[in-house]
Design a protein around this ligand. Structure first.
Ligand code: SF4
Length: 436
């Protein structure tokens, strides 16, 4: 592999500038040191090293490549002072709302609700992108920063303003496309556990496609399951490091794609994790700890030997593997077009408990579907697993309940979710499908 240059974490020095012109209030903070550890709190927290510009009307934040990453308005039209917009690596705007703080944490395990611009299966939230204050920023942020003065300030600040202006919406969109081109596809669904790092994951594909092509699934692709060559993975790592550029220092989480990375050979998985750890220099990340996410299927999980989990547990990562079980009821599995037996799902659930009880650095999480149209036997089966199968509350092994329908928030389904959650002996949350 090509030798990659080491990161220089300590070159970032915080510098501030405050305009003395009261009619044009402007303050700039270069290289702000945000929080180093992902945390779950009910007030806005910014992670990593970034720069911020504040005017009398707006606050904009930029990553170390001068690309806009957060924005909010100080105007009256802004919905809530603790809410903000985030621009993702895939160039989507996401509006983080408190949801009035009522029920968001119970439902998602996080204090903020990501509101998306594309259809998803979320049961919560309104339509914030239809609000004028939010729409104004999404459409006009570049024009706003283009009109800011870049003279009458020390050189480093005026150079910085010129750099952020160069990262226009068109350039950022092209850059997102370059990210999708590195692996050959966009991440159409992130594992639910990626919430633990606010979805700031480096996507590296070691495989494509999935085994089952379930009829109900809205995120699958046409590709038959296949494994990437070592050379292909090495190339992706090099290109991803170039793509992340200076901002790589803000990352500490890896997502091994695509829909069933666990079905790749164990050696390839372990070698890839080690190579990625070295290449992205996770040991020098600004962010504390390292996280690894991937999806697995019932077959790949049942076929995985204990020795693999032994190796994974010894790596310097907190690993989350998310398995789509969908239902512990044969009639529902058949209805969903999921080519599995109830017995296989039961065996997988049992093995999930053994792995979670044995390995402190690994958490296997499970998905089940929810919908008003599903038979009662689906919910009976679910209760057998998430309540009756254990006799005490478990601290890990999250159960994610995934509404089947997109763009169709339903009070009844939300009510059913809270009922299931209250009876579950596992941490139980909604799975809101998000792309990268
Ligand atoms: S649920 Fe998983 S296995 Fe089934 S089609 Fe979707 S991605 Fe493939």
């Amino acid at each position: 592999m090509e030798i990659l240059k080491p990161l220089q974490k300590n070159i970032y020095k915080t510098q501030t500038f405050q305009s003395k012109n009261l009619s044009k209030e402007l303050s700039i903070e270069l290289n702000c040191c945000g929080t180093k550890e992902y945390t779950k709190v009910s007030f806005p927290v910014k992670y990593g090293i970034f720069s911020r510009i504040e005017t009398c009307d707006y606050i904009f934040e930029f990553n170390l490549n001068h690309e806009i990453c957060h924005a909010k308005s100080k105007k009256r039209t802004w919905l809530h002072p603790s809410e903000w917009l985030k621009r993702t690596m895939g160039d989507d705007w996401v509006y983080y709302s408190t949801g009035g703080y009522s029920g968001v944490f119970e439902a998602l395990g996080e204090y903020y609700l990501p509101n998306l611009t594309y259809p998803t299966n979320s049961l919560l939230g309104g339509k914030p992108f239809e609000e004028s204050g939010i729409d104004d920023i999404v459409k006009n942020w570049h024009q706003i920063i283009s009109q800011l003065p870049d003279t009458g300030m020390p050189d480093e600040f005026s150079r910085w303003i010129q750099s952020i202006r160069q990262q226009s919406p068109e350039r950022l969109q092209k850059k997102a496309q370059q990210l999708f081109d590195i692996s050959g596809s966009r991440v159409t669904v992130m594992p639910p556990d990626a919430r633990h790092v606010d979805y700031n994951i480096i996507p590296l594909n070691i495989s494509d496609g999935c085994l089952y092509k379930c009829r109900f699934c809205k995120v699958k692709n046409e590709k038959n399951f296949s494994i990437r060559s070592k050379q292909d993975i090495d190339n992706q790592i090099i290109e991803l490091k170039q793509w992340l550029d200076k901002d790589v220092i803000n990352f500490n989480a890896l997502f091994l794609g695509e829909h069933d990375a666990l079905n790749a050979p164990c050696d390839l998985i372990i070698t890839t994790i080690q190579d990625a750890f070295d290449a992205f220099e996770f040991q020098s990340s600004y962010m504390k700890e390292n996280f690894l996410f991937m999806f697995g299927s019932v077959d790949s999980f049942l076929n995985t030997e204990k020795t693999f989990f032994d190796s994974l547990n010894c790596l310097p990562f907190q690993t989350f593997i998310n398995i789509g079980l969908e239902s512990y009821d044969q009639a529902t599995l058949d209805l969903l077009g999921k080519p599995l037996t109830q017995n296989q799902v039961g065996q997988a659930f049992e093995k999930v408990q053994t792995i979670n009880d044995t390995f402190p650095n690994i958490e296997i999480t499970c998905n089940f579907v929810m919908d008003e149209s599903l038979p009662d036997s689906h919910y009976k089966g679910l209760m057998t697993l998430i309540r009756a199968s254990v006799n005490r509350t478990k601290p890990k092994g999250c159960i994610y309940l995934s509404p089947l329908k997109f763009g169709c928030p339903s009070r009844q389904v939300l009510y059913d979710f809270y009922k299931l959650k209250s009876q579950s002996r596992f941490p139980t949350f909604l799975y809101m499908i998000q792309r990268l």
